[in-house]
Design a binder for this molecule. Structure first.
Ligand SMILES: CC(=O)N[C@H]1[C@@H](OP(=O)(O)OP(=O)(O)OC[C@H]2O[C@@H](n3ccc(=O)[nH]c3=O)[C@H](O)[C@@H]2O)O[C@H](CO)[C@@H](O)[C@@H]1O
Ligand SMILES: C=C(OP(=O)(O)O)C(=O)O
Length: 427
């Protein structure tokens, strides 16, 4: 187990280029199974979740060649269904994304249940509902899924919730289905848009990209191609937060500005602002850091919603920023029942937070934080605790950083380059 030793209180300064988006890389890696022709992916982040997905692809007989640290070539011309390692599947939520492409490509497969962040129950019912509408038989027994289909037929599919991975799986399962498929109540996160653009580049026919009603006309096959994964907006906002809570100033190159409008609005509510110049972001030093009340001086709320609203994966980072802003604010994450438990660690550092119930907390700021022994419970809470430790006076020891490494590439090295005092040590 590795840990970070962080001596806080140093304002960050300098420049950063974000890595590729984890939640785009994972479905794109799964989608390489959809064609027998070669695929080249660039800007693949070097993170633990990607390593697990590459291992899963190798066990399905995909030939993978690493061209440089972030580019890979894939040859899935001889895909063979396999008994996938249940422990490997349980490491990542995205292992469930192998289902859609394998249903399309080989028709039948067994898949152990997925894992992922421990932030509450993570259902897969929506995936199964969508598959059954396309004519896929789904069975769950002996701790694994069995999916089987003969000829897939396009269908009108209404997802029972706007699930991100279920939308991605449904898209990949319907690419070759005969006729038209409509996916209603589809999720529309940037990574779903990117998956659609990637598949269209390979010859798929997906329209209404970015909306919650996707139209897919089945095609006979997909060809090969080359694609570059977009920047990770969750990493971008995490580093904006790190600059703000340390009173620093940073520039972020190729930040993927077009996806940040709603996040910018919500951050303004915390008294945080930034400037954009083309696709770059400049976070100035003197932030207002005053919470903007609602009309009538009412306590404002930050609540998560499916895209294009505020993403749940930025809730923990926002809570830490709020500890450094003046005023009171309510945070509400109805999606995940365990998102907020990490706030007890912030309280131990000096934050004033009332955890109202598993889904809501009230933050009263600003409060200076002090270094403390910490542990990353999940990827985003782990990164939020890094921010808290960077802001705090004194030394923090943050254990279980593998949780952070699941989704953030070399976060310690990137922070060091911005002037942070952070060391990675083995236990
Ligand atoms: C690999 C990947 O891409 N992971 C992301 C993906 O996970 P994932 O696709 O697994 O998450 P889902 O979108 O399926 O659902 C997240 C949670 O919200 C609930 N739910 C979701 C939508 C809805 O309209 N109603 C509802 O109740 C689900 O039951 C579940 O408990 O999307 C999540 C929600 O943005 C993110 O936290 C994860 O980082
Ligand atoms: C919850 C997350 O990841 P996953 O769905 O892969 O567990 C995340 O990226 O914040």
């Amino acid at each position: 187990m590795e840990k970070f030793i962080i001596n806080g209180g140093i304002p960050l300064s300098g420049e950063l280029t974000p890595s590729g988006n984890k939640n785009a890389a994972l479905p794109l890696l799964a989608a390489t199974l959809l064609t027998a022709e070669p695929i080249i992916l660039h800007n693949v982040p070097n993170i633990l979740d990607v390593k697990a997905m590459l291992q899963l692809l190798i066990s399905l007989n995909v030939k993978i060649e690493q061209l440089n640290p972030t580019s890979y070539k894939f040859d899935a011309s001889d895909v063979r269904p396999a008994n996938l390692d249940p422990d490997l599947c349980r490491k990542i939520r995205a292992s469930i994304l192998l289902a859609g492409p394998l249903i399309s490509r080989v028709g039948e497969l067994y898949l152990p249940p997925p894992g992922g962040d421990i932030i509450g129950r993570r259902r897969v019912d929506t995936h199964c509902l969508a598959f059954s509408r396309l004519g896929v038989k789904t069975n769950y027994a002996d701790n694994r899924f069995h999916f089987s289909s003969k000829a897939l037929k396009g269908a009108d599919i209404l997802l029972d919730e706007a699930s991100v991975t279920a939308t991605e799986n449904t898209i990949m399962a319907s690419i070759f289905a005969e006729g038209e498929t409509t996916i209603r109540n589809a999720a529309s996160e940037p990574h779903i848009q990117e998956l659609c653009q990637f598949l269209n580049m390979l010859g798929a026919d997906i329209s209404n990209i970015g909306s919650n009603t996707l139209k897919i006309t089945g095609v006979k096959d997909l060809h090969g191609g080359e694609f570059s994964i977009g920047p990770d907006y969750l990493e971008v906002v995490s580093f904006i937060g790190a600059a703000v809570v340390t009173g620093g100033s940073i520039r972020i190159r190729n930040a993927g500005v077009k996806h940040l409008d709603m996040i910018h609005l919500v951050m303004n509510r915390l008294g945080v602002d930034w400037e954009t110049n083309g696709d770059d972001i400049f976070v100035p030093q003197n932030q207002k850091l005053v919470i903007e009340p609602d009309l009538g001086n009412a306590i404002p709320e930050i609540s998560v919603m499916p895209w294009p609203a505020f993403p749940t994966d930025l809730m923990s980072i926002s809570i830490v920023i709020a500890t450094q802003s003046k005023g009171s604010i309510l945070f509400h994450d109805w999606m995940y029942p365990s998102r907020m438990f990490f706030t007890d660690k912030l309280v131990s550092m000096g934050a004033q937070i009332v955890l109202c119930d598993p889904h809501r907390c009230i933050v009263q700021g600003p409060t200076p934080l002090s270094g403390a022994p910490l542990e990353s419970p999940d990827i985003r809470a782990g990164m939020a605790l890094v921010l808290a430790a960077l802001s705090a006076r004194g030394k923090s020891v943050l254990r279980n950083v593998a949780q952070i490494d699941r989704g953030y590439q070399e976060v310690d090295l990137k922070l060091k380059r911005l002037g942070a005092d952070i060391e990675r040590l083995s236990d």
